[in-house]
Design a protein around this ligand. Structure first.
Ligand code: 13P
Ligand code: SF4
Length: 374
């Protein structure tokens, strides 16, 4: 790690070849389950439906996981959503077991909010390049170097990093929370996604310093090729997740979280859309908007050094067989150090209280004053 212009820089994807873990994308892809046959799929779904009832369990799935895991979650009384609503749903649901299909930080957030519940994941190696690229020791040093700043971290981080934060945000609420902090005169230390942080700074004008992390999926979207695709589809609206590079965001008709992208597709006056986010989103976009066409934004072209498929390898590690296995055996429990939980919970609770107040039209100023460095 080095410091340039007051910003610490780290490599964000650290291969874990020694331990055989899934920290490199190569290892993650090697653990992606093979597609079951239709007979296997039907049998696995039956098993899962039965086991969910027997275990008093509910499914909590992200929009990027396999369509089977999205559909089954909804069919069985669970949820498919963005990371913010996954956290809220898991906290509020009465089930004693939460089965989180997504990535590790989502399971950890569920456990931090409900330590008394059992939280299971189909594969505990499902991580995130943002989490991998923000080790707590280096992050702590970054915070120590900026004691005058309020620490705002993205949900895609470890429990230990959350424990160093004043605020947690997801892409659904980051703009609102940073704007409210700025209105209170607070200066921000932001981590780990540099693209989302940059977008928020451009939108709010807040005084921010950034960790140098990126999402390996969204970082691959290419502005030059996107502009060319727009020319081929002049009536198409462009929907972009703010983890994408600034030149891609600049071409967007709507920028937002996974749920904001879904809302824009529903509400915008267009029948054709180009979508710059993980292609797991296509399932919901297409099933909720049958008359509309969704095209994946380009991730490779003349300017690319590699081909990316716009799909998160760690999200792809979630499958029906893994889900049935953990429900049957109780394996793959998400554990968070009990000593870390109370401190990690504080920024999450603040985010959930802030977003609930915003949704109910209540004032949020009092919720942000007196917290952080100002
Ligand atoms: P959302 O918070 O929009 O669900 O995004 C989570 C994520 O990991 C995006 O890559
Ligand atoms: Fe992390 Fe990107 Fe995967 Fe989301 S899509 S979990 S940000 S690597």
């Amino acid at each position: 790690m080095s410091e340039m212009s007051g910003v610490f820089r780290v490599d964000y994807d650290q291969p874990d070849t020694q331990t055989g873990g899934a920290c490199s994308t190569q290892h993650a892809w090697a653990k992606v389950p093979v597609e079951p046959s239709s007979a296997e799929r039907a049998a696995l779904k039956d098993d899962i439906r039965r086991l969910l009832k027997e275990r008093d369990a509910v499914m909590v799935s992200h929009y990027y996981v396999h369509p089977d895991l999205q559909d089954l979650a909804e069919e069985t009384g669970g949820i498919v959503s963005d990371s913010l609503e996954m956290a809220r749903f898991g906290r509020d649901h009465a089930a004693q077991t939460l089965v989180v299909s997504g990535v590790r930080f989502m399971g950890e957030t569920a456990k931090i909010l409900s330590p008394e519940k059992t939280v299971l994941m189909p594969d505990l190696d499902a991580t995130c390049s943002l989490d991998l690229g923000c080790p707590v020791d280096e992050f702590g040093a970054f915070c120590d170097a900026h004691p005058d700043r309020t620490v705002v971290v993205y949900a895609n981080t470890s429990a230990a990093v959350k424990a160093r934060a004043d605020w947690l945000v997801t892409s659904s609420c980051a703009l609102d929370i940073v704007r409210a902090l700025k209105d209170q005169g607070q200066k921000i230390l932001w981590a780990p996604d540099k693209h989302l942080g940059g977008y928020i700074q451009r939108e709010t004008g807040a005084d921010m310093v950034f960790w140098n992390g990126a999402c390996i999926v969204h970082d691959e979207f290419k502005a030059f090729e996107l502009a060319a695709l727009k020319q081929q589809h002049p009536k198409a609206k462009v929907l972009v997740h703010p983890e994408s590079p600034a030149d891609v965001v600049a071409l967007a008709d709507a920028v937002g979280s996974t749920s904001a992208i879904l809302k824009a597709a529903r509400d915008m006056d267009a029948t054709e859309f180009i979508v710059a986010t993980d292609n797991g989103m296509m399932h919901k976009l297409r099933s909720l908007n049958p008359g509309k066409t969704f095209i994946e934004a380009p991730t490779a072209g003349n300017s690319a050094t590699c081909k990316s498929c716009a799909h998160c390898p760690w999200m792809a590690m979630n499958g029906l067989a893994g889900l049935a296995h953990v429900l049957a055996t109780g394996a793959n429990r998400v554990e968070v150090d009990p000593a870390v939980i109370p401190r990690a919970r504080r920024p999450i609770d603040r985010m959930l209280a802030f977003t609930a107040a915003l949704k109910n039209g209540q004032p949020v100023g009092a919720l942000v004053s007196g917290i952080g460095a100002a």
